[in-house]
Write a protein that binds this ligand. Sequence first.
Ligand SMILES: Nc1ncnc2c1ncn2[C@@H]1O[C@H](COP(=O)(O)OP(=O)(O)OP(=O)(O)O)[C@@H](O)[C@H]1O
Ligand SMILES: O=c1ccn([C@@H]2O[C@H](COP(=O)(O)O)[C@@H](O)[C@H]2O)c(=O)[nH]1
Ligand SMILES: [Mg+2]
Length: 238
Amino acid sequence: MWRRFAHLSLSISRTKLQSLQDPTVLKLINTFSSDAGNDGVASSRKPFITFVLGGPGSGKGTQCEKIASIFGFAHLSAGELLREEMSSPSENGELIRNVIKEGKIVPSAITISLIKRAINSATSDKILIDGFPRSEENRIAFEKIIGVEPDLVIFFECPEEEMVKRILGRNQGRIDDNMETIRKRLKVFEDLNMPVVEHYSSKGKVHKITATGTVDEIFERVRQVFASLRYLKAFLSF
Ligand SMILES: Nc1ncnc2c1ncn2[C@@H]1O[C@H](COP(=O)(O)OP(=O)(O)OP(=O)(O)O)[C@@H](O)[C@H]1O
Ligand SMILES: O=c1ccn([C@@H]2O[C@H](COP(=O)(O)O)[C@@H](O)[C@H]2O)c(=O)[nH]1
Ligand SMILES: [Mg+2]
C-alpha cells in the first residue's frame, strides 16, 4: 500500500502520515466536516485555506485561475476584491484608490472584511487567497479575526526584471501598472511581504515554485503540489 505514496511531492513524512497527526492531513480529512466552530467564517464551514504569495506580476492570478478550474478551488484575489470595492460606492473607495496608487497596503480591517465575506459566499470549501497577507500585520490580524492559519502557502519566486516586464505588458488599465508604482510595490514586496513567506516557511507550510518559463511549465510545478493533496485525500477517504 505504501507504494501508492511513492510519488507524493508533499513534505509530509511517512511517520506523520501513519499517525495521522499531521495538521495538513487532518485538515484534508476534516475539510468537508460540519462542525468548524470559529468566529471568523460561518460556523458550519471548515475551509481548506491556501495563501498564494509572490511579487507583483509573478503570475499569482494566472496560476490561481488554473488551480481553480482544475482542482475546484474558489479563487479569491485580495487585490481584485479591493479594486471592486474601490469602484463601488463604498465609503472606503477613495482610501483604497490612494493606497493602491501608492503601492502601499490597505488597512487590514478593510481587506479582511472583504476576504471574510468572500469566503462565506464561496461555493467551494477549498479556498485560494491570492495576494494576501501582504505584511506580518495583515497575517496576524487574519489569524486573529478569521481564527485559522492557512493549511498551505504557495510562493511564486520570480526575478524582478521578469515581473516588471509582465506587468508592463499586462494592459488591463490598472492604476498601479506604471513604472513609478511598480518600484514602490517591489520595495513593499521585499520589506513587508517577504517576512510573511519567511514566517510560514519556518512552520513548514511553504511550497516554493519557480515562476519562470511558460504559464504551462509553471502550472506543471503547481499541479504536482495540488495533485499530491488530492491523491492524499482520496487515499485517506478509503
Ligand atoms: N509565465 C508567464 N509568462 C509570461 N507572461 C505571464 C506568465 N504568467 C503570467 N503572465 C502575464 O503576466 C502578467 C501578470 O500576471 P498575473 O496578473 O497573473 O500576476 P500577479 O502575480 O497576479 O500580479 P499582481 O500582483 O500585479 O496582481 C499578466 O499579463 C499575465 O498574462
Ligand atoms: O491584501 C492586499 C492585497 C492588495 N493590496 C493592494 O492592492 C494592490 C494590488 O494587489 P494585487 O495583488 O497586485 O492585485 C497592491 O499593490 C496593494 O496596494 C493590499 O493593500 N492588500
Ligand atoms: Mg494578481
